[in-house]
Write a protein that binds this ligand. Sequence first.
Ligand SMILES: NC(=O)c1ccc[n+]([C@@H]2O[C@H](COP(=O)([O-])OP(=O)(O)OC[C@H]3O[C@@H](n4cnc5c(N)ncnc54)[C@H](O)[C@@H]3O)[C@@H](O)[C@H]2O)c1
Length: 202
Amino acid sequence: MSKTEKIIRIGLIGGGHRGIHMINCMTSDSARAELVAVAEPREERREDCRKPFTIPPERYYHDHKDLLNHLDELKLDAVLIATDVATHHEIVLACVDAGLSIFLEKPITRTLEEATNLVKVTENSGIPLQVGFNLRYSPFFVKLREIVNSGVLGTIISLEWTEAVSLRHWTEGYCRNPSYNNSARVGSWILEKSCHDMDQVN
Ligand SMILES: NC(=O)c1ccc[n+]([C@@H]2O[C@H](COP(=O)([O-])OP(=O)(O)OC[C@H]3O[C@@H](n4cnc5c(N)ncnc54)[C@H](O)[C@@H]3O)[C@@H](O)[C@H]2O)c1
């Protein structure tokens, strides 16, 4: 990066497990990006955010609406949305309205109608939005794509695809974890977990 490039000011919406991990990655080079504010309703989660991040207490907001009400002083360039999928449609629309660039964690939404609407709205706005399909960039899948596209295997006519979720990942991550064992808040197993696989197959 050249010295004249500005440092990207990011707001984190959803200070849970994934939000903390991703914002750490995004701000690992402090010359390129910084975390400016956090929106997170749960006090214990805000406490988790205070450990790795050194932002002042007044930069913690109750939720995305509260954060977006303070944009004049925050001067954000972008937001990372890492809330549960049931909230994605509403939060993305509000952030597009605010003119912020968006990194949205997968899955996009729980319904096709909402996802289609978000694609339409963001495309019309011209605002950059990236969805967290991070497996696209993992060396294994980059190589796989390169091999398939090279034609060395000939024409692919069928494939067998296994998402090998370990027993521990399933029980701890999805059955006992209060963020994922509530069907009113999350999508199906295929949507929540295997949207990465669908993305790869596509
Ligand atoms: N790309 C990946 O590989 C990957 C991995 C794990 C999770 N994820 C995705 O990341 C997202 C978050 O997952 P998680 O495991 O961190 O869940 P989580 O429940 O641990 O965290 C979500 C947080 O969002 C907060 N929240 C809810 N509504 C909010 C609002 N309106 N404003 C601000 N904060 C709000 C909740 O209080 C919670 O702390 C999900 O969409 C999940 O599918 C992606």
